[in-house]
Design a protein around this ligand. Structure first.
Ligand code: FAD
Length: 490
């Protein structure tokens, strides 16, 4: 209009679009299930670590697949981008919208039904908003195991687990989430529904399309349901925590235990002494069974489905011999379920304790198993060269090649991401260089999100990134699905 300020015109057009979209979303899912910008959107706009803070045109909670598809179509019509959000426990800001306020956050909470469970086929079909723990309980209800297990299992959702290809503490025996998925139902960016929930164990009929969405962090489509593998439920277990004189001993113990108990070896979780000190200091009610005199500690869990199996004897024998040889410095075997839980609590308190200890520059590298011990030694040396002010602690999944290396910085000196950025960049570069030199990649289970996009670009072959970009433009030509995540900045 003549005489009118062009940017004011643009702003009022944006407001009109926002209002029209809000009205349409309310008409679709009901007033109770839309949170407008002037309402309490806060919990959905910030990531678990509190690093990223975004804005949203709306937070919407559809009830089922049809409403998710209709929401996606509405967003496309109104030019809004979409940020899928599960339990919002992710580690890299992947579920947080950007600051533009143009995105619609789609929360999956109401898609929380268990659609089918079959002890015969050892499978369960669930909607994407099911909390992980609910699925574990549903499996236990038919005397089966859904093995995915991680510290956030009481609040993360299976859709988020699949979208991040989550790992956790049972990968050693059962594999990461990718290996637990039989089929998916996905709403594509054009609002159509890809229904491959059949749950077939064998399928050689062309490309395995579900794999594209596993680990895609909401950038290619919205997972609305999944068919998952179940396993026989373990009836006996034995748990030990051992103190180790060096990290190499963890791998040697793994080889010995596998030789004796085979795939009854379910979990092997290592923590450096510094990591346990951080937990002991910052998490109440955690009981550490040792004086912390060794550099590494290892949780070992054996399980079996046959109730009569004696797991304790082989565990004692392997650990007894290792103690005599000096491969193990000290060992505790849990005498009861409560003691086993108390030992697991140490491991499950890692993320919470570290978060409280300072500004954490965390890593999720995975290297070939034969290089894992070298990785742990070398990475600590290089971080301390690059950033002597960092406290280096580690925990990880021995047997998966995945050790999380944390550089913890003093919170008073480094209160936020901006203050920590230069030193964080030096720590990241040190870790990424060692990871690449030893044949690894920068994320095993947490994903890329917003935090690691530039790092992904730095260490990934250009041809691989080009193929990822081609896939993204094929499925999402308008770039509306979770923009600013995963792919490196152009
Ligand atoms: P969100 O954080 O909500 O989202 C994560 C990503 O998935 C985002 O990109 C989001 O857009 C996308 N997404 C979510 N739902 C959907 C959907 N339905 N369709 C498409 N995209 C979707 N992770 C591990 O791997 N191993 C661990 O051991 C582990 N331990 C943890 C311990 C604690 C205490 C905490 C807080 C986190 C831990 N995590 C761990 C990280 C986190 O729990 C996992 O990444 C989890 O898989 C995220 O699930 P979520 O539902 O919270 O997803």
């Amino acid at each position: 209009m003549p005489g009118q300020n062009p940017s004011a015109t643009l702003r009022s057009a944006e407001r009109a679009t926002g209002v029209a979209l809000l009205d349409a979303l309310v008409a679709l899912v009901g007033r109770r299930h839309v949170i407008a910008p002037d309402e309490d959107q806060e919990p959905y706009l910030v990531d678990w670590r509190g690093r990223y803070h975004g804005r949203a045109a709306a937070v919407v909670k559809p009830a089922d697949t049809a409403e998710v598809a209709a929401t996606v179509r509405l967003c496309a019509e109104h030019g809004a981008s979409i940020v899928p959000q599960g339990g919002n426990t992710g580690m890299c800001g992947a579920a947080t919208p950007d600051a533009s306020g143009q995105a619609v956050v789609i929360r999956m909470d109401r898609l929380n039904r268990v659609r089918a469970v079959s002890p015969l086929a050892n499978s369960i079909t669930v909607e994407a908003g099911c909390i992980l723990q609910t699925i574990q309980e549903a499996a236990a209800g038919v005397d089966r195991l859904f093995p995915l297990s991680l510290g956030a299992e009481g609040s993360c959702q299976i859709g988020g687990n699949i979208a991040t290809n989550a790992g956790g503490t049972a990968v050693l025996r059962y594999g990461p989430t990718r290996e637990l998925v039989l089929g998916l139902e996905v709403v594509l960016p054009d609002g159509s529904v890809l229904d491959r929930l059949h749950g077939l164990r064998k399928n050689a009929s062309g490309y395995d399309l579900k794999q594209m969405f596993i680990g895609s962090e909401g950038t290619l489509g919205l997972i609305t349901a999944a068919s998952l593998k179940l396993f026989p439920r373990p009836r006996v277990s034995a748990l030990a925590m051992v103190a180790l004189p060096e990290i190499e001993a963890a791998l040697e113990l793994m080889a010995r235990l596998r030789g004796v108990v085979g795939d009854r070896l379910a979990s092997l979780e290592a923590m450096s002494r510094g990591q346990i000190e951080v937990i002991a200091r910052h998490v109440p009610d955690v009981a550490i069974p040792f004086a912390l005199e060794s550099p590494w500690y290892l949780l070992i869990e054996l399980t079996d489905t046959l109730a009569a199996t004696d797991l304790r004897t082989p565990l004692e024998e392997v650990l007894g011999a290792a103690l005599e040889e000096g491969l193990v410095a000290d060992a505790v075997i849990a005498e009861s379920g409560a003691q086993a839980e108390a030992l697991w609590k140490i491991r499950h308190s890692v993320s919470e304790g570290s978060k409280r200890a300072g500004y954490v520059v965390s890593h999720d590298s995975v290297v070939p198993l034969e290089n894992q011990a070298r990785f742990a030694r070398e990475v600590e040396r290089r971080i301390l060269d690059a950033a002597p002010e960092a406290r280096v602690v580690m925990h990880g999944h021995i047997g998966d090649g995945n050790i999380h290396v944390l550089g913890i910085l003093d919170a008073a000196r480094y209160p936020d991401a901006a203050a920590a950025a230069p030193v964080a960049a030096r720590i990241n570069a040190a870790v990424d260089d060692v990871t690449a030199e030893l044949g690894g990649v920068i994320s095993a289970e947490h994903g890329i999100g917003q935090s690691n996009r530039a790092r992904l670009g730095r260490v990934t072959p250009p041809a691989e990134i080009a193929l990822m970009r081609a896939l993204k433009s094929l499925l999402d030509p308008a770039g509306m699905m979770n923009p600013g995540k995963v792919l490196p900045p152009a």
